[in-house]
Design a protein around this ligand. Structure first.
Ligand code: CO8
Length: 257
């Protein structure tokens, strides 16, 4: 039952997840978070996993936030429990060893924006709308937005968005660095197909190392992070991938990873 709330399709190791509650604009309730956690149980440690793409069902919304109807009557303990459950699940998604990409196909508000922020990068359709409108409901972000948003767009813009609750369009999201690219809904599908091809064709160990070095290095001082890069770079040379990739170049053929 719960799996239908998050649909999963595996295409050559590139897994596409779709939050599937279109009647509520894919708002995140406990059941959706549990469904996502169950899928993560299956993805973590999965051999052959190359990347994860996450989107929302329908053409109107990525995720319109945490479920306001479900939160309305919560007491502080229940709110803390719900936020904790979601934070933990979103962190598990963020720390998958492969690229996790948000395909933002419409409303990306509150908890939806926080979900997109936990992805390695996001691309948006031109009808996408972003915001942290929690203050309009008398609360603040609770799924990590107050911390991941300033890290992505800087504290001044994060404060603007989190205190005014204003919504921004896809072009502004692009300008402030919240998303990497903006395209039409149709192009978003082409983008997903191209990305699937690219990420399933590249050296899988190298792709994982690239994610690891950027994530881990960002939490370190520059010298330590550069030393980490050198270690992981050297480790690539212990792999068949490096031999295959470089031999293919020299032999003028496509590598077979
Ligand atoms: N929660 C529950 N239901 C929702 C939500 C939501 N976040 N968003 C939309 N829906 C439902 C609507 O109630 C409506 O249901 P129904 O048809 O049964 O009336 C249906 O989806 C369609 O929505 P609308 O009719 O409102 O569609 P519009 O196109 O007119 O408007 C909007 C779309 C602008 C997206 C509007 O629905 C809206 O403003 N939604 C709420 C957006 C929002 O405030 N999100 C932030 C929520 S708070 C949050 O995410 C905090 C995260 C941290 C939580 C910490 C845990 C304790």
């Amino acid at each position: 039952m719960s799996e239908q709330l998050v649909e999963m399709v595996d295409n050559d190791g590139v897994v596409r997840l779709t939050i599937n509650r279109p009647k509520a604009l894919n708002a995140l309730n406990r059941e959706v978070i549990e469904a996502l956690a169950e899928i993560l149980d299956r993805l973590e440690g999965r051999e052959g996993l190359r990347a994860v793409l996450i989107t929302g069902a329908g053409e109107k919304s990525f995720v319109a936030g945490a479920d306001i109807t479900a939160m309305r009557e919560m007491n502080p303990l229940e709110a803390r429990d719900f936020a904790g459950q979601a934070l933990k699940t979103i962190k598990r998604l963020e720390t998958l060893p492969v690229p996790v990409v948000a395909l933002v196909n419409g409303f990306c508000l509150g908890g939806g924006c926080e979900l997109a922020l936990a992805c390695d990068w996001a691309v948006a359709s031109d009808n996408a709308v972003f915001g942290q409108p929690e203050v309009l409901l008398g609360v603040i972000p609770g799924f990590g937005g107050s911390q991941r948003l300033p890290r992505r767009v800087g504290p001044a813009m994060a404060l603007d968005l989190c205190t005014t609750g204003r919504k921004i369009d896809a072009q502004e999201a692009l300008r402030i660095g919240l998303v990497n690219q903006v395209m039409s809904q149709a192009e978003l599908e082409d983008y997903a197909a191209t990305l699937t091809k690219q990420l399933s064709g590249n050296g899988p160990g190298a792709v994982r190392s690239a994610k690891q070095v950027i994530h881990d290095g960002m939490d370190q001082d520059l010298d330590s992070a550069l030393a980490l890069e050198t270690s992981l770079f050297a480790l690539c040379f212990a792999s068949d991938e490096q031999r295959e990739g470089m031999s293919a170049f020299v032999e003028k053929r496509k590598p077979n990873f």
